[in-house]
Write a protein that binds this ligand. Structure first.
Ligand code: HMG
Ligand code: MG
Length: 313
């Protein structure tokens, strides 16, 4: 039986900020993570060890990691994740993490990413889908040797900015099976463009299940570009998915997905699940404050209606 708890993976500090044109200071990044860590969230994606030429905003993720490795009084159960595109990224992560990993903290994790269409894989990672899997083999083996859990994203699973809204669910399912076989602990299904609808989401989850993927190994990474993220989240929850990615204040958008708005706001997801009787452990008013704060810091509008509504009360 599936439980009545939902885990939210807060991706704002990475997915949310990576797209910002103005350089966000290290202090703002670490302050965002610290503020989020105090709201009851259990997983926070904190940065990315990707090429700084591709994503300049993530260039100081080593300093973000270093900051998190220094003694602090944040809750010790929080899982921090860092995105790595290849072995080079993992090596950079390990170079800092290995020596200093605090023994009394939840271990950190890394995430890798590929795509459900060839066009998107080329734009985002400069390689084919098959080449991305080859690239991941040494990432998985090194991570395993160091006891680091690996999460895998499949982008554009419900629509692609280059190939259109009809992405073959079978391609997504086969890719998920391959990634699990390689050693992924969890597959985050990315609706990068927000083109997902309730029927498409239902079909995709059914196709995954038919391929032998268990819903306990699936996360949904929804974007609200077309206002369908919460509907798709309900479809996911009904199918047994219990992990959902979200970004505080709806920060972000993918740099290789033109026109895509941010991820679904974390505040909206917390409100949704709590009203459905699925506990998140997150303090909504506290989270709404963080959403307002980071919106001010980045000069963006706060995209969370729940956040704004909560603060207005
Ligand atoms: P490439 O140019 O093919 O790689 O990029 P390369 O191996 O030929 O290396 C080129 C240069 O990058 C070299 O430096 C490498 O050292 C350097 P140079 O010799 O020119 O000075 N390099 C690195 N530097 C730092 N860290 C590294 C690294 N690797 C190589 N790890 C590569 C291939 C994958 C590196 C590149 O395409 C890349 O970094 N892509 C990242 C793109 C990205 O971060 N996109 C956003 C994240 S995905 C996303 O947001 C979607 C998601 O949220 C879910 C969803 O919504 O769909 C996850
Ligand atoms: Mg995203």
């Amino acid at each position: 039986a599936v439980g009545d708890h939902v885990s939210i993976v807060e991706v704002g500090p990475r997915d949310g900020l990576q797209n910002e044109k103005n350089t966000i200071s290290l202090e703002t990044k670490t302050s965002l993570i610290e503020r989020l860590a105090k709201t009851g969230l259990s997983t926070i994606e904190a940065g990315a060890f990707v090429s700084p030429k591709w994503i300049p905003q993530m260039a100081n993720s080593d300093q973000v990691l270093q900051h998190l490795l220094e003694p602090h009084d944040l809750p010790k159960h929080i899982k921090y994740q860092f995105l790595v595109p290849n072995s080079k990224g993992l090596e950079s992560f390990l170079a800092l993490y290995e020596k200093q990993a605090p023994k009394d903290h939840e271990p950190m994790e890394v995430s890798i990413f590929t795509a459900a269409t060839e066009s998107f894989a080329q734009k985002n990672t400069n390689c084919s889908i098959a080449e991305s899997l080859t690239r991941f083999e040494p990432v998985f083996s090194t991570a395993k040797a160091h006891n680091i859990r690996v999460r895998a994203y499949i982008s554009v699973a419900l629509g692609c900015p280059y190939e259109g809204p009809d992405v073959d669910p079978k391609v997504v399912a086969d890719l998920a099976v391959d990634l699990l076989q390689l050693g992924a602990e969890q597959i985050s299904i990315g609706d990068t463009t927000g083109m997902g609808t309730a029927p498409k989401t239902r079909i995709l989850l059914k196709t995954l299940a038919a391929a032998g993927v268990e819903m306990q190994d699936v996360a949904l990474h929804l974007h609200d570009t077309y206002g369908q993220a919460l509907v798709n989240a309900v479809v996911g929850a009904e199918a047994g998915v219990r992990v959902f990615d979200a970004s505080v204040a709806g920060l972000g958008g993918c740099p290789y997905s033109p026109g895509a708005t941010g991820n679904v706001p974390t505040e909206d997801m917390v409100y949704l699940f709590e009203t459905l009787g699925l506990s998140t452990g997150v303090d909504l008013p506290a989270l709404a404050e963080v959403g307002e704060w980071i919106s001010r810091e980045t000069g963006r509008s706060n995209e969370s209606r729940v956040g704004k509504g909560t603060l207005a009360r």
